[in-house]
Design a protein around this ligand. Sequence first.
Ligand SMILES: Nc1ncnc2c1ncn2[C@@H]1O[C@H](COP(=O)(O)OP(=O)(O)OP(=O)(O)O)[C@@H](O)[C@H]1O
Ligand SMILES: [Mg+2]
Length: 378
Amino acid sequence: MMRKRDYFPLGIAFGKAFCNRTEETRILLNNITNGKHTLLMATRRYGKSSLALHAITLSKLPYVETDFYMASTEKVIEGYILNSVVDLIGKALGSVDKLINSIKKYVRNLKPKLEIGGKYLKLELVPTAESDPATNVKEALLLLERLLAENNKQAVLLMDEFQNVGVIAKGTGIEAAIRHVAQKTKYLTIVFSGSNRKLLQTMFEDENRPLYKLCWKLTLSRISASHYQSHLQKAAQEAWKEDLNPSVINKIFQLTERHPYYLNKLCDKLWMHCEKLPTISNADLLWLDILEEEKSDAIKEISALTAGQKKVLGQVAEENVTQLTDKATMITLEMASSSIVRALEGLEEKDIIEKLESSYKVINPVIRFYVTKGKVTQ
Ligand SMILES: Nc1ncnc2c1ncn2[C@@H]1O[C@H](COP(=O)(O)OP(=O)(O)OP(=O)(O)O)[C@@H](O)[C@H]1O
Ligand SMILES: [Mg+2]
């Protein structure tokens, strides 16, 4: 059963909450079923995890998700990957008793251990004292690939916030080990995903970095207005048995700038609070609540910027700005064009702004609100 608040989750969007992304889903699903690795890149909270899980679910293949957001050392990354490998062996191939001879054949630096826990024997891969994390990761991933091959099974590994591996491994060690395996796999498919596009781009596009040219790249932008329109009307029909007035939909788009997370947040409030079909003023009022709720986070994020970044961000936050390094802007900001360019790069790296075809855009509508407001009250 679909409850009316299931339409607009703040976390993973699945089922009816999943709006469109049909083209992206098709491409990703095709990559997955054909054993092609994918690099899925998008700004924070644009829907990477939702899309990845949507496509993987459609593929019906066994999968495991490893999230590197807390990774701090190579040893920690090693631990995550060894656990994922063990998990995926279990999910793809079932109980380990019948696999143990193969497992022994394929590992040298890792010691397979079987533990009796619950109904089944539980596998553990224990690194020997003298082996290094990169070697162990390579061995574990190759073990997984070989077991899948022996049993003619496919499986998917989703590696989220993967840029953290690059930050820690700096192009060597584990990063190289993953490449070594990824080049060879036919049964194991990896979906790399992350939000720091700058970092991911250096990892995957820099010729000196080992993941160069290994993946099909998929970038997510915002969901289009027309797709959201039918999505919202379906949810309105379900809640009020009526269509929303197009002006209300436009209001929702204008306030949230179709940022997937904020659109869901506002709609969740509308669908929860409105007994009758929502109006423009309902949307305006509930948006004010969101701005208030998010104020301290937004202000913390803005305060952490350098003076130059704040000035340039103020400029980007204005509507329809295309020129940022012209004479007039340099004079207004009292900054040289090279400093403006540096500030823009910093803001992009921090995922505060994104570059569209011919202009820059503040990614988060709440941040944009407080940046413009700050300028007015200064
Ligand atoms: N296809 C979609 N249809 C509707 N809503 C979506 C869709 N994809 C994502 N969302 C919504 O956008 C928000 C972010 O989604 P998700 O967590 O998948 O993004 P993410 O890019 O993985 O985020 P993070 O950077 O935090 O890992 C959530 O509120 C989610 O419900
Ligand atoms: Mg995610």
